[in-house]
Design a protein around this ligand. Structure first.
Ligand SMILES: C[S@@+](CC[C@H](N)C(=O)[O-])C[C@H]1O[C@@H](n2cnc3c(N)ncnc32)[C@H](O)[C@@H]1O
Length: 224
């Protein structure tokens, strides 16, 4: 469970959006309330250069910065409108920046950890694997890749997961979508991590009303 320090960091991160347009502010508050970002943050290294792929408005990147001043963070997203909102939160912090980039086409720079929060389901499976391979290329052996995702399973909460995303996309709140969502089942996800060069373990997120899981993956040693 996130402690009070992490919760305070999330509040400070949200406060960074006080001048943002109303819709963006509303969405950021929604993410802060619904996405359990403070829990995910606790698995991210406290030092070093972190790249957040599909950063959206940059709330998680801001949380990473607010939780530990020893981090440097780059957030990358396809949507220039979101990146503009994210950039407006940076102020004079030199360790935080945001770029518009397609994370399927462009690998992240060399870094100490990669995070991906609620992004991969928007891409077909081949592209998801490409993003993981890109991340593997940026990390040293043993370095972490954290992927927060929802999994396909027979569970009423999976219906809620899917329905919420349909609404978000129909309202134009999430971009990068083709025709449908691609939530892998757990075995499919673990096999994909392995093919991409990671050893992954699953961390359950049972407090959430969706079928959320956190994959804590580490770059595997190169095979001979
Ligand atoms: C549901 S939002 C999550 C945003 C953020 N990670 C968060 O937790 O608040 C998914 C994000 O993935 C981004 N995205 C989708 N496909 C992408 C791609 N190919 N390259 C970069 N970003 C992408 C979307 O623009 C969107 O901002």
């Amino acid at each position: 469970m996130p402690g009070s320090t992490t919760t305070a960091a999330l509040e400070r991160a949200v406060h960074r959006y006080r001048q943002a347009p109303l819709l963006a502010r509303w969405l950021v508050h929604g993410r802060a309330f619904l996405a359990d970002l403070a829990r995910i943050e606790q698995y991210v290294p406290r030092h070093g250069f972190i790249v957040d792929l599909g950063c959206g408005h940059g709330l998680f990147a801001n949380l990473l910065m607010e939780s530990s001043p020893q981090r440097r963070v780059l957030g990358v997203d396809l949507d220039p409108r979101k990146v503009e909102v994210a950039r407006a939160t940076v102020g004079d912090r030199e360790g935080l920046r945001f770029e518009v980039e397609d994370i399927v086409a462009v690998p992240p720079p060399r870094c100490d950890a990669v995070t991906i929060v609620d992004v991969l389901y928007l891409m077909p499976p081949d592209d998801q694997e490409r993003v993981l391979r890109n991340a593997a290329g940026a990390l040293a052996e043993g370095a972490p890749l954290l992927v927060k995702s929802q999994e396909a399973r027979i569970d009423p909460r999976y219906g809620l997961t899917y329905a919420q995303e349909v609404v978000a996309v129909s309202l134009g709140l999430t971009r990068g979508v083709r025709r449908r969502f691609h939530f892998p089942a757990r075995e499919e996800a673990l096999a994909m991590f392995q093919r991409a060069g990671f050893r992954a373990e699953v961390i359950e997120m049972p407090r959430r009303p969706y079928t959320d899981v956190l994959y804590l993956a580490r770059k595997a040693p190169a095979t001979q």
